[in-house]
Structures are given as C-alpha cells and as structure tokens.
Design a protein around this ligand. Structure first.
Ligand code: AMP
Ligand code: MG
Length: 333
C-alpha cells in the first residue's frame, strides 16, 4: 500500500514538473528596450517564440527607420525628397497612398509634406521661432497635392515628405504581422507615443498625464488587440515669452496648433491610422476631429489644456478617471 502511495506521489511530481515546463515554454516572457526612430521602443512578448520575436521586432523597426527617415540620405523618402521623382518599393507606395487618403479626408489638417517647415522649427534640437518671411516661403512650397503616385513611381513637385507623424504607428502594424506569424500569446509594444496591445486578454491602458512625467496617467481603460497612439503638445516643445511652441503644426499657418488641446489619443486596429489620426485630430480640434475619427471607425480621447476630457460616443463609459483634477465630459455632438 505504501509502495503504491510512493509511485502515485512520484507520478504526480513528474506531471507537475511537466506542466510547469510546458507552461514556461508556451508562456515564455521576453522583454527588450532599444532606441530607434528617434524614440525609445519597449517590447514585452509572451509565448514560445518570444525570444526570436523580440529579435525580429528590433530588426523590423531598424529596417523601417532606414526606409522612412528623411534624415537618412539612403532612405526611400530621401530619394523622393532629393530628386522629386523616384521609384519606390511597393510597401512605401502603399503607405503613401493610405496617408494621402488621410491628408484628403482631414481637409489638409494632416499633411505629410511639412518636412521643411518642421526643419525650420527644429524641435528637439536648438528650437527657436523661425524668421517669418522664410517660414511663409517654405510653407508655400508645401501641400500634399504636390505628391502623385503612378504604380511604383512617386512624384513630388515641391515640399519635403515627413513620416514623423506616422512612422511609429506603421512600425506597430509591421510588428503585428511578425507576432501573427509566430507562436505568441500576448505582447505589449510601445514605439514612442504609439502602443500595440496584442492578444485576446484585456489590458488596463493608462492615458498619459499631459502635465506630468511619462509614467504617470490620469485615466485608464481596458483594451485588447488594438493600437493606441497619443499626440501631445508636451512632446517636443520650447517656451518663449511664456508661450509654448510645440511640434504639431497647423499646415495653414506653419505655426504650432493653438486650439486649447493638450493631447489626443486614438484607438484603432491599424497603427498607421491611430498614429496619423492622433496628429490629424489634434490639428482639427474636438468637433472635426471626432468626425474624422468616426469616419475611420476609431475611438478618440481629447484632453484640453483646462483638463476636460472629450471622447467619441462609445468609449465615454469605458474610461475611468484616476486623477480627480480632470473632468470627463464624454461625447458631445
Ligand atoms: P505625432 O507625435 O505623431 O503627433 O507626430 C508629430 C510629428 O508629425 C511632428 O514632429 C512632425 O514631424 C509631423 N507633423 C507636424 N505637424 C503635422 C501635420 N499637421 N501633419 C502631418 N505631420 C505633421
Ligand atoms: Mg501621430
């Protein structure tokens, strides 16, 4: 009898160890932090393929940076910017077409040809208010209508293409493709202000405090399998004579948007859309921004400088305010 008990205990132990090993293998967690696209990228990936996936994610972001950076002379974007006409990869042609659609639907509030205007402001470096005459001259050369695409040939009659508003979101889409092709259960990947929540399990996502440190949030909501992008005037900015000048520009004036908003968060299945629309809706303001977000089937969260939070219709009830100095107004039409 004692012998049967010993055998039973041994079998149970073996099964327990097997379960632990099995679970450890299929839920293996791998994390990484690295710098690319002028920002910090953090990935936390869980699943049997997590280690190889993290390596692929890093390679993917670096390749994308080399494709899209307008400061890299060898990038396809530089090829277009420097020679006005260029043959591009099918991938870049596809991204450009999707972005031109957003430029049009936003009525030009989103404009990917503002590169030379951004250069004049040089946010993040030795930023200062540009000379007015020079600013207006450079601005007059911008306009998404200057881009035309025919097959793999892109023509840019004037202006400089800048993917600064969308590269990070595009990275999330490419990372999702890697995860889909691997044995991964869940993952969270943040590329600057854009985050991919991967997997069926709902995750509590914080909305960043626009007046506080990057790690502090003022509200939260549960999200699964989606992309979340935030654009904020707190990101790249400087102050002169008590006024804040930040990196999100009004294409009509060439000056930073000054409409009472401090941040806009967009939630979308597509990282390209969430990132582009976070910038576009910031420029458009609450009313028109809500319309654009709805046109793309996205949710939007607008935070004003006076700490009021406006949202698209269905998300209002999902948001939990964690900082009582903010007021949830929700959806207003
Ligand atoms: P984001 O942080 O995603 O809102 O992107 C901001 C970046 O997009 C800026 O640093 C510029 O490179 C670029 N940008 C600024 N204003 C615009 C605009 N109106 N449309 C498109 N891109 C813009
Ligand atoms: Mg953006």
């Amino acid at each position: 009898m004692k012998k049967i008990g010993t055998i039973f205990a041994a079998v149970a132990t073996v099964i327990l160890i097997a379960v632990i090993v099995w679970d450890g293998y299929f839920n293996k967690n791998t994390s990484t932090d690295f710098f690319a696209m002028d920002t910090v990228i953090s990935a936390s990936v869980s699943g049997a393929d997590s280690e190889i996936c993290v390596e692929k994610i890093e390679a993917c972001v670096n390749n994308l940076d080399a494709l899209l950076s307008r400061h890299d002379e060898k990038s396809e974007i530089s090829k277009i910017n420097n020679s006005s006409i260029a043959t591009v990869s099918e991938k870049l042609g596809g991204y450009l077409s999707s972005l031109l659609d957003i430029c049009q639907k936003s009525g030009g509030a989103f404009d990917i040809t503002l590169g030379a205007v951004s250069d004049l402001w040089s946010f993040g470096k030795n930023a200062s208010i540009p000379d007015e005459t020079e600013l207006q001259k450079v601005l007059s050369e911008c306009g998404y209508e200057n881009i035309s695409i025919s097959g793999n040939t892109v023509t840019l009659s004037s202006g400089k293409i800048d993917f600064g508003a969308v590269g990070k979101g595009i990275a999330l889409d490419e990372i999702r493709t890697i995860l889909d092709a691997s044995k991964i259960n869940e993952a969270t990947v943040s590329v600057g202000g854009s985050v991919l929540i991967y997997g069926k399990e709902a995750v509590k996502v914080g909305i960043r405090d626009p007046y506080g440190n990057a790690g502090r949030s003022i509200a939260s909501l549960l999200l699964s399998d989606t992309c979340v992008s935030t654009s904020g005037s707190y990101e790249r900015h400087f102050e002169e004579n008590g006024k804040r000048y930040h990196h999100i520009l009004n294409p009509k004036t060439g000056y930073p948007v000054d409409n009472g908003l401090i941040s806009v968060t967009i939630i979308s299945d597509s990282g390209l859309v969430s990132d582009a629309l976070s910038t576009a809706c910031f420029v458009l303001g609450i009313e028109k921004g809500t319309e654009l977000a709805e046109a793309y089937g996205c949710e939007a969260i607008f935070i004003t400088e006076s700490k009021q939070i406006y949202t698209t219709e269905s998300i209002a009830s999902e948001i939990e305010i964690t900082d009582s100095s903010y007021t949830l107004i929700g959806y207003e039409n």
